[in-house]
Write a protein that binds this ligand. Structure first.
Ligand SMILES: *Cc1c(COP(=O)(O)O)cnc(C)c1O
Length: 235
């Protein structure tokens, strides 16, 4: 019999604690983001009941539907982590707490204009295409200083850090190499903007090297909710 969602969360949290301690880091500085794309609302409720509060969604419509269904749980923190079409940015600005996949100035400007001044600023990570893959969203490392300087000027956005999905590989040395370059970029950005606090890297398959390299947020889908059905959902 497979583990329950609550057991999976407990296992991952204890793994995070052990890995952090091994790396001489405070486990409290590492956030677990539950990536719930394609999973039904009842699965999210199970995770919530196990204490999970940060949830990540990749598809705008699916995410907005879940946010509406769970509006009675106001302490959930919703992260948008998928590719952004500009005609959907309004829904992200209106409904989510974070957007981790900002990858161009135009999207940042739209989110800033569409975020209501009555809401908290939208919490932003800039997505980096760290291994320069055509299949992935994200800016190049060289573009980071310019876009960061523009985002910090926007009153309805709050820059928190960077997010990346390195090239898929099971070779740990390669995982470490991408994470090390991300950590270096993050350090440089934090020297410039000392209040940024988020280095979002690491997923179900590479939590260990991510935490050893300094991740402050691991985004775990399969490891919590089990395998996703293959058919990808489109917006
Ligand atoms: C799907 C997804 C994840 C989670 O991946 P798993 O391998 O299932 O843990 C993390 N980050 C992003 C951006 C994703 O799209």
């Amino acid at each position: 019999m497979s583990n329950t969602i609550a057991q999976n969360i407990e296992n991952i949290l204890s793994k995070i604690t052990v890995l952090a301690q091994d790396a001489d880091r405070d486990p409290a500085t590492i956030q677990l983001l539950a990536v719930s794309k394609t999973k039904p609302v009842c699965d999210l409720i199970q995770a919530y009941e196990a204490g999970q509060r940060h949830f990540g969604e990749n598809y705008v419509q699916e995410g907005v539907d879940k946010i509406s269904a769970l509006v009675h749980l106001p302490d959930i923190v919703w992260h948008f982590i998928g590719p952004i079409q500009s005609n959907k940015s309004k829904f992200i600005a209106e409904h989510f707490d974070w957007c981790q996949s900002v990858d161009r100035l135009k999207i940042a400007q739209r989110l800033n204009n569409q975020r209501s001044p009555e809401q908290q600023p939208l919490q932003i990570c800039i997505q980096i295409n760290i291994d320069n893959e055509i299949s992935k969203a994200g800016i190049t490392p060289a573009e980071l200083p310019t876009i960061a300087a523009q985002i910090v000027q926007m009153p309805h956005l709050k820059l928190r850090g960077i997010m990346a999905i390195p090239r898929a590989t099971s070779i740990v040395a390669e995982q470490r190499e991408s994470f090390a370059r991300l950590a270096q970029l993050y350090q440089t950005l934090q020297n410039r903007y000392p209040d940024i606090d988020t280095l979002s890297m690491g997923m179900s398959g590479d939590i260990r090297p991510a935490i050893e390299s300094g991740s402050t947020m691991v985004r775990v889908g399969t490891g919590i909710f089990g395998h996703r059905t293959p058919a990808p959902k489109k917006d």
